[in-house]
Structures are given as C-alpha cells and as structure tokens.
Design a protein around this ligand. Structure first.
Ligand SMILES: *Cc1c(COP(=O)(O)O)cnc(C)c1O
Length: 403
C-alpha cells in the first residue's frame, strides 16, 4: 500500500473498504441502514418516503416502548434528573434510581441482587472480565448470541461449542472439561429463547447436567423475560429452576421496551461485577431516566396489564402459527426459513413493496445458506395485520414457486 509520510492515503484505504463492501454485496451479505420511523409504536412505521409499513421486526413484545406510563415516567424523570449521567457510577456516585431498578429486577427474577449495564452486549463483556480467565472453560450452545461468543473471546477462556440443544454433545464436553487440569471454572452459556429461531433450551436437562459435572450456568433470557411464564418472569422461573442458575442475564431493551442489560444472582456475584466488570466500571452510567422508565415498564410487565398483553400476544402467536401452518411457537419469534441470501433479501424487499417491514436475517447472524425472514409479534399487532402479512407471503410464494 502507498503511504504518504506515516499516514495512509485516505483514497487507498477507502478503495480497500469499497472493495470489501462490494464483495459483501456480491454475496448478498451487505448490510445497510433503512431509515424507518414509528408512528405510535413499533408496529405502524413509515419510511423516508412517508410510505406506511406494518412492521414485524421489533422485540418490543409487550408494546411497552411507547406505553404512556413508561413515556410519562421518562418525561417526568427528565425534568428532575436531566439527561446524561455524567460519569461511571463508581466516579460520580450511584443514582438511587439505578439501585431501585436493580432491587426491582432482583425481586422480579427471584434472586438476591442485580446489576445493570448500558445494554445486553456490555453485560456479557462485563461478565467475561469479571468471571472468566484463560483458565476458564466455556461451553456454549452453537446458536448463542454474538455477545456471548464475543465475551468468551474477550476473556481468552477455552471455548467449546455444542450443537444447538444437543444434550449428548453438551455432556461429552462437560466430561472433557471435567478432566482438564488447572481450570478455574466451567461455565455453560445458553439462551432460554433463541433469538433467531424462537425455540427454547431444554433448561431442566441442562441444569441437571451442570449440577452433575459441577459446572456453572449463565442463562440469557433476552427473549424470555416479559414473554414466558407467570408475570413474564422467564423460563427459569417458569420451570422453578431460579435457584439452580448461577448467572441470570437479560436485557431491558426488548420486552421491557427501554434499554439496558442486567446480570442477577447472588450479592457476592454482583459485588464482583462492581469490582471487575470493565464495561460497568469504565463506562458512563446509563441515564437515570432510562432506569426510571425501565422500572415503570417492569411494573407493568409483571402486573395485570402485562398479563393481559401476554394474553393478547399469545393469541396473535397462535394465529400466526395457524396462518402459516407452522407449529405453535413458545415465544414471539417466527423464523421463516428461506436458505439462500439473495432469495431472502428479494422476499423482504417484495414484502416492503406490499407494505410490510420484515427483516431478512443473513450470515453471520445465522449460518451461511440459512437465511430467513424473522417475524416478531408484539401485543400491539392485530389479527388483521397478521392475516394481511401471511396473505402477502403466500402470494409471493405462489408467484416465485417458493415453499
Ligand atoms: C439482543 C440480545 C442481547 C443483547 O442485548 P442488548 O440490550 O440489545 O445489547 C443479548 N442476548 C440475546 C440473546 C439477545 O437477543
């Protein structure tokens, strides 16, 4: 590469970037930002041309992101607390609203303590710096979220992957890990509801295996909380396994409609995080208004209104399953498998032309050749919208000979 002094010429590096982007585009793997704006929630949206679209893409499963009480709490808190938080919680002092939120999360999860982070991704990396080292072994479900994989890489831990939900493979890896000398800990990582497939982990079986081999378990309930079980407490609580899980992880940005992530468990676990989670220590605290909003959302999610919203959501999930002839899903995520990246993009584009916003999920979010449309439902959808979408999908399939 040509250099001018010690600096790269901008045009050279830009040309290299453009080449990379062209290659991605050739493989139909290029990602672009689509400006889309919600009118009164994440369901009715419009694009820059003002075209109205019905969106099936948001993880705001209970429709809380635009809930009047959540918005009202954030607006009132803005008047009192301002917007930014100023610094890390260890530097400026901890705002009491963060502690109140963490108390509410711990109570909700049925554990002693919780710590919040800026988002789920930062939560996972905080976990890694606090609890994992080169001497750790992490055993990870193949379909685990990128933030779990990245956190393992960050830690330098030995990582082994088991085929999705394959208990035999998991046990084989636990047996192997058991025989490794000089390890400080063995941690299994999995999700309760898988983000791109919408299926559940066999949690009871995983818990008995981890107990048998003396391993620990981090359970990421990003898509379970708010949706699964009584009060939306998630899969662990629903199966009565709360106390047998070492690290309960989740996000405040999905069913709770705000932003943030958390780890919940023992007080000692939280105290270690405060001392060692670098994404907590070296990052400006989330704005207090978000903590206030998240607490308001949690109140709604676990209360009577949350129950009603889950009931509506379950009705819509059953309706979508019926319309598409798919088996009923335990969660509000519906992968519509296509395979080929170009075909998935083409169908997403055609749906957009028909007034529906549905994301095409491609490598590296899913495996190569496993591209899909990922439909998500929220309590704010209607049966009519689901019917219209499935009709548009069936029309497209009829025209293009897809299945
Ligand atoms: C979205 C997601 C995260 C990350 O949470 P954010 O708050 O969005 O950063 C973590 N784990 C899973 C399974 C997710 O789907």
């Amino acid at each position: 590469m040509r250099r001018s002094g010690s600096k790269f010429l901008r045009s050279d590096t830009d040309a290299a970037y453009e080449e990379t982007l062209r290659r991605l585009d050739d493989q139909r793997l290029l990602r672009k930002l689509h400006p889309v704006c919600g009118e009164s929630g994440h369901v009715r949206v419009h694009d820059v041309d003002g075209r109205a679209l019905i969106s099936f893409s948001s993880n705001d499963y209970l429709g809380l992101a635009h809930h009047p009480k959540v918005k009202g709490a954030a607006i009132d808190a803005t008047e009192v607390h301002g917007v930014g938080s100023g610094a890390s919680r260890l530097i400026t002092g901890t705002h009491p609203v963060h502690l109140l939120l963490e108390e509410a999360i711990a109570e909700f999860k049925g554990v002693k303590a919780a710590l919040t982070f800026a988002n789920g991704y930062a939560t996972a990396s905080g976990f890694a710096t606090a609890f994992l080292s080169r001497k750790s072994i992490v055993i990870l479900d193949k379909l685990s979220h990128a933030c779990l994989i990245d956190s393992c890489r960050l830690s330098g831990a030995k990582v082994r992957v088991f085929r999705h939900n394959d208990l035999d493979k998991l046990e084989a890896l636990l047996r192997w890990a058991d025989g490794q000398p000089d390890k400080d800990r063995v941690v299994i990582m999995t999700e309760s509801v898988f983000s791109m497939d919408g299926d559940l982990a066999p949690l009871a079986e995983i818990v008995s295996l981890k107990d048998r081999y003396g391993a620990q378990l981090l359970l990421d309930e990003a898509h379970g909380v708010g949706v699964i079980g009584a009060q939306g407490r998630g899969l662990a609580a629903d199966l009565n396994l709360t106390d047998r899980i070492d690290y309960h992880m989740g996000t405040l940005g999905k069913a709770l409609g705000v932003a943030g992530g958390y780890l919940a468990g023992s007080q000692a676990m939280v105290d270690i995080l405060i001392n060692k989670a670098r994404s907590f220590i070296y990052s400006t605290a989330p704005p207090p208004i978000l903590a206030v909003a998240a607490r308001a959302a949690l109140e709604i999610a676990k209360g009577k209104e949350g129950e009603e919203r889950r009931e509506i959501l379950r009705g819509l999930m059953a309706r979508l399953a019926e319309e598409t002839g798919q088996p009923e899903s335990p969660a509000a995520i519906f992968p519509y498998q296509i395979g080929d990246e170009a075909a998935a993009l083409a169908q997403a584009f055609a749906l957009q032309e028909s007034g529906f916003y549905v994301p095409a999920i491609r490598y590296p979010t899913v495996a190569r050749g496993a591209a899909r449309l990922r439909l998500t439902l929220t309590a704010d959808h209607t049966c009519g919208q689901i019917q219209a979408l499935t009709r548009a999908m069936a029309d497209y399939a009829a025209r293009h000979g897809a299945v």
